[in-house]
Design a binder for this molecule. Sequence first.
Ligand code: FBP
Length: 262
Amino acid sequence: MLPHAADDISRDGKSLILAYDHGLEHGPVDFEPNPDTADPERIFELATHEAVTSLAVQKGLAEAYYPDYEDEVNLLLKLNGTSNLWMGEPNSAVNCTAEYAAGLGADAVGFTIYGGSNHEIEMAEEFREAQEGAREHDMAVVMWSYPRGQGLRNDGSPDVISYGARLGLELGADVVKVKYPGSAEAMGDAVEMAGPADVVMSGGTMRDDKAFLRNVSNAIDAGATGIAVGRNVFQRDEPERILDALEAVIFQEADPAEALAI
Ligand code: FBP
């Protein structure tokens, strides 16, 4: 484990990853609340906000837009991903190698693992290749650790989320992205399981500002180092406002109510 491998995509040990791989993972439905968000340029522009420590996108968007933003945005290139147009046990295609990501100027790579899926074994083997490739190019490794599949009755339970955090540590991720397990205590358990790996919470669907910021604040209090968030930021009419508030909660550990007043 390289203790500071995630420095390129964090600030003072904290991070706000703006995730924008939704066009692949969920499709145009995620742009419906705010149709302008289908335009990647808008999100690359948003990623220049000082709260954002990296932007997570797939290869195609990086090739088309990153050359214009490489001085202002840290690139977290997602190496696998898939659409939800098909049905079956959770799985994800590897769309890009770590070497190719390095060539695009990536600071870090991202990789989804669906622990508990019938495809977990092949996904772990694909992750091994990605993780070792990232090490060769000094890129941090962020694992989207989302246990799900036939074997799991409740993939949102604190125990399963803690197991997901541990998978990240065991397999060599520098940062593990997990769903918020519902309380600061449960998040604390996940953070403990991840050991020296950073834990960031996932953003989820758009919801009430105060409840959202309260969860983020609880996660930070529990030792999480930040958030990887997509819809809860980019679907808003004024995404800069919630980024300002997130910046205060994550980097200044401000109270959520005060952060909203900024
Ligand atoms: P959100 O903040 O919008 O939840 O995005 C985080 C994320 O991990 C994205 O990177 C990804 O596209 C999406 O969630 C996958 O969500 P799920 O697999 O749960 O539908």
